[in-house]
Design a protein around this ligand. Structure first.
Ligand code: UD1
Ligand code: CA
Length: 454
């Protein structure tokens, strides 16, 4: 009685055995990044969010770096090697062992199509639930050159014709294949087995699955997609186009969640950037991967932030640089031309101008004067600086690590601190000041004399 409520199992097969020669790069294509994350990781995340409980990734031989990313992003994914590049159907067949284990739904996606949204993959799966054995993403590109065309009759999908095998009339069809497909799990292997390579390229085309399914008396459905979702990346220019689309999506999502972006087109986000409530970001701010921003934070123009945490009520920038491991507590102020790396700034600590804080702890409410530098590198290794609660570091001080400044200690401007300073004390390192009264006036007098002579 009633519908079966157990969620359908889903195997996602991710094809990533492409050579990517047109990227003109030594790096495999799917390891290029947009939004601070590899193309492959975007696709893996999309299939997981679309409800895939199993993932098979098909890679080319000797793609250890790709396999490594797969293990990191989707530890449970199985990796299959396609020995020779013989077409998309051959690539799917490389994952036959995974298909044999069975799944209600099978999704086939491409590793170089990173903008696919989980909801669109969900629509492909929904088409299977409506009784299709094969579902295809169809779209109407501005320029259809190079895409397979969807042959339809009264809304029914009959076949997909690859461009090089299409007649001039078929080439006029505007509805194209986005390449991504879904298969009813229990039919997938039978359909795949029948795909041959009798075409102009001599390749095994996955797209032939449509005509084969129909010959078997099964139903094929085309699902409408937007061009952005199926945008494939073959060149650096297309990589930049995809980045632009992703940035628009990320900015829109941030604003939707309540972030004030004063000039959204100039702000660059990463897919994993996280914002709290009541955050304002001014123009030209770049967020690299791994940034979390708590509530009530203001990030001023031209700041570069990566691998950092910004605590509640903090103010950052303009022109600030937070590098990986920068961890700001609440109400911290980081001003212009201040760089923070691998350092904890405790609540209320301030570095308002021109400073370098690296491998340090800056205690609660401590004040770092302009020009302060933690000298953390001795030429071979990094050393730690510990600055106590409420300490005051006078301008232009060099703190030579490893060194510890006690709570409430006061460092006189221009000091070079080479040993630990006890709490509550003053440390001052300064050459005696010499004043020669009248000296400058005498010098000017001599110069005037010289001039009248000549
Ligand atoms: C494919 C579709 C085409 C569709 C287009 C959309 C086929 C036969 N054609 O064409 O109808 O319009 O996508 O972008 O499917 N791959 C492998 N091993 C192979 C071949 C391909 O892993 O042997 C991978 C590629 O790395 C890529 C994906 O499969 O990620 C698609 O292959 P590609 O050669 O780009 O297919 P298209 O010719 O673009
Ligand atoms: Ca392609």
């Amino acid at each position: 009685m009633g519908a079966d409520k157990t969620p359908k199992s889903c195997l996602a097969i991710v094809l990533a055995a492409g050579e990517g020669t047109r990227m003109r790069s030594d790096m495999p294509k799917v390891l290029h990044t947009i939004g601070g994350r590899t193309l492959l990781a975007h696709v893996l995340q999309a299939v997981v969010e679309a409800g895939s409980n199993r993932i098979a990734v098909v890679v080319a031989p000797r793609q250890d770096t790709v396999a490594e990313i797969v293990r990191r992003v989707a530890p449970n994914a199985e990796i299959f090697v396609q020995k020779e590049r013989r077409g998309t159907a051959d690539a799917v067949r490389a994952a036959t062992e995974a298909l044999k284990r069975g799944a209600d739904d099978v999704l086939v996606v491409f590793g170089d199509t990173p903008l696919i949204r989980p909801a669109v993959l969900g629509q492909l799966r929904a088409a299977l639930a409506l009784g299709a054995a094969v579902a295809v993403l169809g779209f109407r590109p501005a320029d259809p050159t190079g895409y397979g065309r969807l042959l339809t009759n009264e809304g029914e999908l009959l076949a997909i014709r690859e461009e090089r095998d299409a007649t001039p009339v078929e080439r006029k069809i505007a509805l194209c294949s986005g390449g991504l497909m879904a298969f009813e799990g229990k039919r997938a292997l039978a359909i795949l087995e029948l795909i041959g390579n009798a075409n102009s390229k001599g390749e095994y085309y996955l797209t032939d699955a449509v005509a084969i399914a129909r010959d078997m008396g099964l139903k094929a459905i085309a699902v409408d997609a937007e061009e952005d979702d199926v945008r494939g990346i073959n060149t650096k220019a297309q990589l930049a186009d995809a980045e632009a689309v992703l940035q628009r999506r990320l900015r829109a999502a941030a604003m939707e969640a309540g972030v004030t972006l004063v000039a959204p087109d100039t702000v660059f986000l990463s897919s994993d950037t996280r914002f709290g409530k009541n955050v304002t970001v001014e123009a030209y701010v770049v967020f690299g991967p791994g940034v979390t921003v708590d509530d009530d934070v203001s990030i001023r123009a031209f700041s570069h932030i990566e691998g950092a945490h910004i605590g509640k009520g903090s103010r950052v920038g303009p022109y600030a640089r937070l590098r990986p491991g920068a961890d700001l507590g609440a109400e911290v102020h980081i001003g212009n031309f201040v760089e923070v790396k691998a350092s904890r700034m405790e609540d209320g600590a301030k570095a308002n101008h021109l400073a370098y804080i690296g491998d340090a702890r800056v205690g609660e409410g401590a004040n770092i004067g302009a020009g302060t530098i933690t000298c953390n590198y001795d030429g071979s290794s990094k050393q730690h600086t510990d600055i106590g609660k409420g300490a005051f570091i006078g301008s232009n001080s060099a703190l030579v690590a490893p060194v510890k400044i006690g709570d409430g200690a006061y460092i006189g401007s221009g000091s070079v601190i080479t040993r630990d300073i006890p709490e509550g004390s003053l440390a001052l390192e300064r050459a005696p000041l010499t004043v020669k009264e009248g000296w400058a006036n005498r010098l000017r007098g001599l110069k005037t004399l010289g001039k009248t002579k000549s």
